[in-house]
Design a protein. Structure first.
Length: 547
């Protein structure tokens, strides 16, 4: 007969442990057993729990914080991006062209070259890249380069493969968010596609197989663990993508805890979205179905667009466009009905809201659903949460609706906000100080790959509210380093409905930890821009260890 000891498997001692618990207590040691935390306190207290098989590891004075929870993050898409061209730091069109040239030199003739991350508001030319820019370096390879959000540009070879020329009509204008593509003075396509018109190009990309999904998730998991991310809310998934997550989990290639948010309304075809009510009703499960690593989190909605491309739904018009208040991708009356339907089925809802009108209508729909059929355990939330009205703030506080802000957007997209809605309104975007002061749950997120997934850059943005060009957007809405850390740990866990399992270092919770050489709360926030964790633990195992 064998006996299992109740003693910890592992004790970590000699560090500074920011527990991020309700009292923000600081400890020096942690005891871990079977992947969970069983004790937190002083070194000698934890050593007193040790048994014959307990291993003690010294933290050597380093800092420990809870594993980072990014509440809205496209892990799968980012895993694919990490195998493609990244353009986020490009500040001119020649820089973009150089990266395409390099990729072509290492690619087989005829293979697709894909990249992401350009933003015309940060380019010296202050214009969109075009096929004329790309063609000289890619005569035999189709190229498609996604903007940070909602546009793409491609070369002539991609247009040829897609069968698009001067005679090709735009998508039907009567379809919400149908989009268009630009043409030059001769009527020829320039290579720039907007909104759902992007599908004319992306539908021609090679189909992905099962191994492509699992490899992307393995690559993404490793890179996320390397910056301290141990859990994400993964939004907008279709069945084949959910299957990819499940397969990666079965093969132990997924090391980031994932809340799967199923694709709802606002970013699929009309035909697909008409089938969604029956699909969700037939699943037979609700939010929370799964295990510690992979669970059904709920459903994602996307009722409006973005600020930088002037498609977010606003109460007041965009700068120098008196007739443009953005778009509804989902009719607001239909949105209210759909929120109620999904709520009644037992799914949490994560809704993209960039415009103030879109955010208010969404929050009102959440409140109505909870009033009609109270299910307070469902963490309906708004992500981006740019411009809350007074009414919105009142409802979010009353119903404890989390604001999942996209902190790094302030840094990377802030200049496009100023161009689209002016400095005054841009300075009021993502009002983190206001959310916290009103008692509204706050969660940090990156929405990677729209912005960099590095959470420390997101925390820097929340602390400084400074754009990449140095503009400060609303200094009165800054939050402290301690509050920024909480938003990316216990704040993210609360938004995902997992605050009892992750987000802080407390007995009973999963042993997800990040080991740091320096203190993220004390000192110059500028250090966060080049921050690299020393090690990351997921469920009691060091998945990344550079000690």
């Amino acid at each position: 007969m064998t006996y299992r000891t109740l003693a910890p498997d592992l004790i970590l001692t000699g560090g500074t442990v920011y527990t991020v618990d309700a009292l923000d207590r600081v400890a020096t040691a942690i005891a871990i057993k079977d992947g969970r935390i069983v004790g937190v306190g002083l070194d000698d207290e934890m050593r007193s729990l040790a048994g014959l098989g307990t291993i003690e590891e010294s933290l050597d004075g380093k800092v420990v914080v809870p594993g980072i929870v990014d509440a809205h993050n496209h892990l799968l898409m980012t895993g694919f991006l990490l195998q493609e061209i990244q353009l986020y730091d490009c500040r001119s069109i020649p820089e973009i062209v150089d990266r395409v040239r390099d990729a072509v030199e290492h690619a087989e003739p005829g293979s697709w070259i894909v990249g992401r991350g350009w933003d015309e508001s940060l380019l010296a030319e202050e214009r969109f890249p075009s096929r004329q820019d790309l063609d000289p370096v890619s005569p035999n390879n189709p190229v498609v380069l996604h903007r940070v959000w909602n546009k793409l540009t491609c070369n002539s070879e991609a247009l040829r493969i897609a069968g698009i020329n001067r005679h090709t009509p735009d998508p039907p204008a009567g379809v919400a968010y149908s989009g268009s593509f630009d043409r030059d003075e001769h009527g020829e396509p320039t290579g720039l596609f907007r909104d759902r018109a992007k599908d004319l190009i992306t539908n021609c990309l090679p189909a992905r197989g099962a191994e492509d999904y699992t490899r992307a998730l393995e690559i993404g998991s490793h890179r996320y663990n390397a910056v301290g991310i141990t859990a994400v809310g993964e939004p907008g998934l279709y069945p084949e993508e959910v299957h990819g997550f499940h397969q990666a989990h079965l093969e132990n290639r997924l090391t980031v805890r994932t809340e799967l948010m199923l694709a709802g309304w606002g970013f699929g075809s009309v035909e697909i979205e008409s089938e969604l009510p029956d699909r969700f009703k037939s699943l037979g499960v609700m939010s929370g179905f799964g295990d510690d690593m992979l669970r059904i989190g709920g459903v994602k909605f996307m009722p409006d667009g973005g600020i930088g491309d002037r498609t977010a739904r606003l109460f007041e018009p965009y700068e120098e466009e008196a007739d443009n208040r953005g778009q509804w991708i989902v009719d607001p009356h239909e949105l209210t009905y759909l929120v109620s339907l999904v709520h009644d089925l037992g799914f949490a809802i994560d809704t993209h809201t960039c415009g103030d009108e879109a955010q208010q209508v969404t929050v009102e729909a959440y409140a109505a659903a909870q009033e009609a059929n109270p299910k307070p355990w469902l963490r309906h939330r708004v992500h981006h949460a740019y411009l809350p009205t007074r009414r919105t703030l009142e409802l979010m506080a009353a119903y404890r609706i989390p604001a999942v802000v996209s902190d790094p957007f302030l840094r990377s997209l802030g200049e496009s906000y100023v161009a689209s809605i002016g400095l005054d309104r841009a300075s009021r975007m993502m009002p983190m100080r206001t959310y916290l002061d009103r008692g509204i749950p706050l969660a940090g997120s990156s929405d990677s790959p729209v912005a960099v997934f590095d959470p420390w850059i997101g925390m820097h943005a929340a602390i400084t509210r400074q754009t990449v060009l140095g503009t400060v957007l609303g200094p009165s809405e800054r939050i402290s380093p301690r509050e920024a850390l909480r938003s990316y740990t216990i704040g993210g866990a609360y938004a995902l409905g997992r605050e009892r399992e992750i987000g802080s270092i407390e007995p009973g919770k999963l042993a997800d930890l990040v080991l740091l050489d320096d203190d993220p709360i004390e000192g110059d926030p500028a250090r966060l821009l080049a921050w690299t964790p020393r090690a990351t633990m997921v469920g009691g195992n060091w998945t990344v260890d550079h000690r």
